[in-house]
Write a protein that binds this ligand. Sequence first.
Ligand SMILES: [Zn+2]
Length: 205
Amino acid sequence: MSKINFCPRCATPLTSVFDGGRDRQSCPDTDCGFVHFGDFSIGCSGVVLRTEAGVNKALLIQRGQEPFAGTWQLPGGYVENDELLSLAVEREIEEEAGVTAKVTDVVAFRHMLGGPSSNIYMIFRLDYVAGEPRYDSVETADAGFYSLDEMATMHGVQNISRWGIEQAILTIPGSGLTLDTTGTRMPRWQVFGLTDANPEVWRQH
Ligand SMILES: [Zn+2]
């Protein structure tokens, strides 16, 4: 776990405190109370499918910058600290590829240790709404809709992107985790769960 020496809130030197079964760096200032649980980050990406001549094609962008410049991936990025995840993925797709799309459900996620932070990477499925793929030649070197067959001949398509696209193509839209709109939620909360898009799958009680 990443180590920090000073409290990010009040700059007091941190001390080690046994908390929740392990030693954690903590702020000795009791008014502050900061505890360092480690660095976490959340990424999101979207599978936007469009049918061309009866073939399912997914929106991909080619990275223009390191790391992994030149590789192809689903459009996406990091979620801002004060931003809802489903809005972040719609924003990233618009920014990176110029395509407007609307979240339908979550098809997969990856949890990855070993990077600079413990990272959760959510893969959403979105309905295509409008816009033709574009790229800025800086952050993105290219963008377009591609079939799985076309991806097989392209160099550097990221495995996690291809896997997410397969998940989306092989399942019914809405069969993944969807935004629950029936319950009463706290402001600024979103809850995703399995729905009765297909009532057959629900057990009878
Ligand atoms: Zn502090």
